[in-house]
Design a protein around this ligand. Sequence first.
Ligand code: 13P
Ligand code: SF4
Length: 301
Amino acid sequence: MAKVVTLAHYYTTPEIQQMADKVGDSLELSLFARDAEADIIVFAGVRFMAETAKILNPNATVILPDRGSTCSLVEQTDVTALKAWREAHPDHVHVSYINSSAEHKALSDWIVTSRNVDDIIAHLYAEGKKVIFSPDRNMGAYLNFQYGYDMPLWSAVCEVHDKFNQQALDEGFASVGDLPSYLIAHPESPLPVLQQADYVGSTSGMLNWVKAFDKAPNSVIFVATEDGILYNMKLARPELDIRQAPIYAGCQCNQCPYMKLNTIEAVKRAQAGHGIEIDYLTPAAIEAARLPIERMLAFSE
Ligand code: 13P
Ligand code: SF4
């Protein structure tokens, strides 16, 4: 009988996370997929994650439960234009966020996730390299601001995180009155939001921050990221007041529509072998995309 392993990103619903063998952030899920001794990997996430699993474990059958599970960072990046942009910076190292297509990865020298991007770019600058960063403009702007880099940036955004804004946050902070309040944020959020944050990091990083929280127990913690992760945070620290960062009055719509396509029915179908198989990457395409990913994994392990 075929051995099936199911992976779920933190942004899927609690029900989907409960169906998974492993729940994690992009880096953790990539490593797990690479090492999985599985005939079939069901990836309850989005397409670039399933493609990364296939690139790292090409002998496994990798299935994405729903055809529509894309990512706005991928959709907003035209690979022909990206190639021209890269060629216009021949003396730069091209660092790409893992939220990118396999074709995009093949045009990159390094892949990074939100967990290791700070360290990898610091390492490249320490070596005297010049860097261009794609596709996430918000993440790149944050790195340039935080560390004084001057990286030219590609201009795509996450349609979910890009909705967070300073005004709604100010209103959120004001609504809790005198209670101590904190903001943690994913680096895909706009710079003014990140400048206000007490912690900026990956989904796992934010979860760990909440687990280690040791300030006043009546504090309010606002979380500027997709709402799936709040399930894990509340499970870890049920006594804390953890809230979605507000977007604008009356809207709590910070859900990734692509992650939420992973319904119970779609994941069950995929576990039975029916779904979108990642079978369109040629061996050459896999090899070209694997090199910059493996550079990252060697650095991070
Ligand atoms: P993480 O790697 O932090 O889990 O982020 C993935 C993602 O898609 C964020 O929008
Ligand atoms: Fe892409 Fe944003 Fe969804 Fe993450 S939350 S998968 S970056 S659209």
